[in-house]
Design a protein around this ligand. Structure first.
Ligand code: AMP
Length: 374
């Protein structure tokens, strides 16, 4: 460290989010180290990877950098404690991580901050589930309180006859949460960054489309979202300020006939914000690194309407995507596997190429066009 300036940032996790964080950090003369179980992870090309299967390497990782962040929301809280013991800062703070790792703690916080959510009940037994069904009605969504992602660890309960089956499926996983089934019109996400001085900047709302529980594509700005933007911005600012948060936070929202309902938050950069690399003045990745390093934040203003499309399972031919003027290709250096996020494409309309036109062209190119073909 020279002149007390932050120069090295340690990242828990080394997936594509770590890779894009490190890519954004590089022009700022910030270098990264990673703590990750897979040595050939997407981030490996950008910095030293410490082996997360090895306790000794945790200490070495903690000595390797000036300040720490994460790209994986299930980063064990014990790592945050180990950092605190070594007097090293973690952004976002431990409390934000702990809250985001537990759906009940998360919903309780949303309630406390008057951020509307679907009605919910904690479920610790089959009898509790019966009570939840009586209180909330059917259908309801049963989720594990911890450990779920991309729709895993969930059961949609539509009939009382399924109570036993639902309990057998998820009960052994620990504490559960039962939520009223939300008849949403669409799903949005808001992403914001908070600096070390408390300044908050927010990107435009993204409209998110899923396929088999995985994000397929995001449209930015979310169509017809002018009236929703200030509301979502207010909700995420309440969370950021309450948590004394530093870095990027994502809040996933349902649009319903009665307004916005919060679903969950992610204490990290998010797939629905990848568009910001080309579509915003300063991306979620760069602003996260700026915040973590204690640097001034960049503008979150939109440069152009755009669309981010995930590449899942199989790679398209690089040259086919690059032939599309206005398509920005990001491969993550991963091997193909069913359902795996391998990369993404951001589409920016150009003269003579509308977003709809580009999207139709891209749908022809992607081996698995997901929900793009409707
Ligand atoms: P989550 O893991 O909470 O993000 O849920 C994954 C997906 O399941 C969401 O993106 C929604 O499409 C759907 N979902 C989650 N909770 C509910 C709910 N209470 N009602 C209806 N759909 C839900």
């Amino acid at each position: 460290m020279k002149n007390n300036a932050i120069e090295t940032i340690g990242i828990f996790g080394g997936g594509q989010l770590g890779r894009m964080l490190a890519q954004a950090a590089l022009p700022l003369n910030l270098t990264c180290t990673f703590f990750e179980t897979h040595q050939d992870c997407p981030s490996a090309i950008l910095g030293k990877v410490f082996d997360a299967t090895n306790g000794v390497e945790l200490q070495q990782f903690i000595e390797s950098s000036d300040v720490y962040t994460l790209e994986f929301e299930n980063t064990p809280l014990a790592y945050a404690d180990a950092l605190a013991a070594a007097n090293k800062a973690l952004h976002p703070p431990r409390n934000a991580l702990a809250t985001a790792q537990n759906r009940i703690a998360e919903k309780t916080l949303f309630d406390q901050l008057n951020i509307p959510v679907a009605a919910y009940r904690k479920v610790e037994s089959q009898a509790d589930l019966q009570v939840a069904v009586s209180a909330l009605g059917l259908p309801l969504v049963l989720k594990t309180a911890t450990g779920g992602y991309d729709g895993k660890g969930q059961f949609v309960l539509r009939d009382v006859a399924q109570i036993n089956e639902a309990w057998q499926a998820l009960g052994p996983a620990g504490v559960l949460i039962a939520e009223s089934f939300v008849k949403f019109e669409r799903e949005l996400s808001i992403i914001a960054v908070r600096g070390q001085d408390g300044e908050v900047r927010t990107w435009p709302l993204a409209e998110n489309h899923h396929h088999h529980g995985i994000l397929s594509h995001s449209i930015v700005p979310a169509p017809s979202s002018e009236a929703l933007q200030p509301i979502a911005q207010d909700y995420i600012t309440r969370l950021l300020d309450h948590l004394n948060y530093v870095g990027v936070l994502t809040l996933e929202l349902f649009v319903t006939a009665n307004g916005l309902l919060a679903n969950e938050m992610a204490p990290r950069v998010h797939n629905s914000g990848h568009w910001s690399i080309e579509g915003a003045v300063c991306s979620q990745f760069e602003n996260h690194m700026r915040a973590v390093a204690g640097l001034p934040l960049g503008s979150t203003e939109l440069i152009s309407e755009c669309m981010m499309v995930n590449i899942i399972g199989r790679h398209p031919k690089r040259e086919d995507v690059l032939k599309l003027s206005g398509a920005h290709l990001h491969f993550y250096g991963k091997e193909e596997r069913v359902g795996r996020k391998l990369g993404h494409v951001t589409l920016i309309p150009t003269q003579g190429n509308t977003l709809e036109g580009l999207c139709a062209e891209l749908a022809k190119i992607l081996p698995e066009p997901l929900a793009l073909k409707g």
